[in-house]
Design a protein. Structure first.
Length: 181
């Protein structure tokens, strides 16, 4: 069985399409979408349509999905550096960084972010393959057209266009690594 794991799509259908194209040759039979699916990017409805079209999809609600559903959204950050400086975000797994770590004997995997990646212009996802004897873990990273997403944000007069653009292009990114707590 092959399981594709994707997270933090953030309404970026261009990145999601790149991930799905990259995954096609692997014959992924089941998908998990681990939250933060729609908020911030220019195409939330399209992201949901793409996800609902996947066979065997399981989805979790992330904090930004909760904001969309409840309206309880904190004030937006003006730049990626402001967001990275928010200790609350950094300390609660909002790293958007692919991670494979052993913690007290438990293997913790993070596929990274597909839609608002730390590595500019590359959507991250995780492929798990079970051959019956062992589980293979493969981190995948695929380029996507950042300029197309930024243009779409501007064309749609997106209210958080400056913040999303700063994340997608790396403008104003922090230089220090996030806390590992």
């Amino acid at each position: 069985m092959r399981l594709g794991i994707i997270a933090d799509i953030h309404g970026n259908d261009v990145a999601l399409r790149a991930v799905l194209k990259d995954a096609a040759p692997f014959g992924v039979g089941r998908w998990w979408a681990l939250g933060d699916l729609v908020l911030f990017g220019p195409r939330p409805a399209e992201v949901l349509e793409l996800l609902h079209g996947l066979d065997g999809i399981g989805m979790l609600r992330g904090n930004t999905d909760r904001y969309v559903l409840t309206g309880e959204q904190p004030a937006p950050h003006s730049t990626a550096a402001d967001a990275a400086a928010s200790i609350d975000l950094v300390e609660r797994g909002h790293t958007h960084v692919p991670t494979d770590r052993l913690l007290d004997g438990i293997r913790a995997l993070n596929p990274g972010s597909a839609g608002l990646p730390r590595a500019c212009g590359t959507a991250s996802w995780l492929l798990l393959e079970d051959d019956g004897d062992a589980m293979a873990v493969t981190f995948r990273s695929v380029p996507f057209d950042v300029d197309a997403v930024v243009s779409d944000l501007r064309r749609r007069r997106h209210p958080n266009a400056d913040f999303v653009t700063s994340v997608l292009t790396g403008q104003g990114q922090q230089t220090r690594a996030p806390s590992s707590r």
